[in-house]
Design a protein around this ligand. Sequence first.
Ligand code: C2E
Ligand code: CA
Ligand code: CA
Length: 495
Amino acid sequence: MAVRGPAVRGGLQVLGLRLLRLDASTLMASVSDITLAEQREAQRLNARLRTASRTDALTGLPNRVAGRELVAEAVGRLRGGTHSLAVLVINVDRFTMLNTRLGTAAGDELLRQVAHRLSGALVPESWEAAQVPAARFGGDEFVALVEAPGRGEDALRAAVNLVDSLCRPYLVDGQFCHVTVSAGLVPAAAQADPDTLVEDAGLAMREAKRTGGGRLQPFDPALSQRARQRAATEADLRRALEHGGLHVAYQPIVALHSGAATGVEALARWRHPERGEVSPVEFIQVAEEAGLIGALGEFVLRSACQAFAGWRAQPGGEALQVLSVNLSRAQLSGEAQAATIAGQVQRALDASGLPAACLQLEVTESLAAQDASVQASLKALKGLGVKLALDDFGTGYSSLSSLQQLPVDVVKIDRSFVMQAESSLHHRVLIEATVMVAGSLGMHTVAEGIETPGQAALLAATGCGKGQGYLYARPMPPEQARDWLLAHRPAATAP
Ligand code: C2E
Ligand code: CA
Ligand code: CA
């Protein structure tokens, strides 16, 4: 008897099985070559699928899943060994910006080259492992493992070299591209949990990034403590935004020649139930990182437009010309952000009845100079009829010569220049040059942080039109600001 066709053995389906009865108690079975070939093909396919599901398609490095196993295996090797292991989390600095500026194809090419340098990184010959195992954990984030003989110093040194090599220029699309990376390093113990190691190295990497990038930061337990504090601040800020714990303070801006009020700058304030007043420098950054800056910015815009329109409606209030509101990077940069921010501003104007010409939006120098999406946002805002001011001028990257490329109406000279105006000729000359160049481009100037009559006189002598600072008034709650502004309005102070 010959049986052909599908048969089931031990739960496995075998195709093309042939059975032949030799005698009453003996059967001969043969499996055709085709079935074997099919099985081998299925195995190859499975292996390919398994490799593909563990390999990052863009760079060819192990992906997050396989990378976690690499870390676990490396930690396992520590048991009984005499060598040391350092886990590194590496992230390309300002990658999103690069991707927008150069295009995603160039961004992909850059990531491939970073991966290539990582996987090609060699450790000294005397070491057992010839290469640094690395994986791409997602986006522009990589994990590398440095295993060194003996104690941790060698691993640290090798890691520093590795980061240095990643910070050398890349040749992308025929152009040299100066890119830096931030890296966090944690030394591993044999009992360490692999996920915690990657987490801690990630925390250290973010600290390296926060402090300017382009360097390696070893992990320190204080970083975890700070991260916990940050998470708590974030939760509190979220609550404050929902339940009305934020408010706006107003600092007058005056005409330098007369001291008369011309407008105000709105500044966000947060009184924390336990910590008291939190500096906006701290909570604005937390808001940016937590994706809360849109809501916070809209709150400031709405409150400030409402208050300022109310003051202008008072007798004599029409002399108040300008309400200045700060915008941060996250409010301007990113896809579709132009429509979002323009919509927010228009709604704030509509709800308050404040004319667009009375609203001025401040952006920082480093921000305005870069990024196509920021440029689109600025253009959309200009289209509404509001003014744009370049904040903190002198502290960023752009130079006087690049001022003409920026779509701004006002340049705010940073406090660090004003502070030294009396003592440093160098700073005085820079202020004079700024006022002159801005003037020649039809832009006005505002000096920030004027604290002494001497600074005020000096600034006025350079031809700078307006100023703000503790000499005139500190940021104040709305009612106090209103009274100050009305008391110092041009008509009231006119000689
Ligand atoms: P900024 O935009 O440069 O604001 C001016 C800062 O200088 C304010 O600090 C102000 O209180 C302070 N200041 C003004 N005059 C003087 C002076 O004579 N001497 C000294 N030492 N300081 C003076 P503040 O309110 O702490 O704000 C800090 C920064 O936080 C602001 O710098 C701005 O970048 C950011 N910020 C504040 N509110 C907002 C907001 O609503 N949105 C955004 N995106 N950022 C905001
Ligand atoms: Ca400002
Ligand atoms: Ca400023």
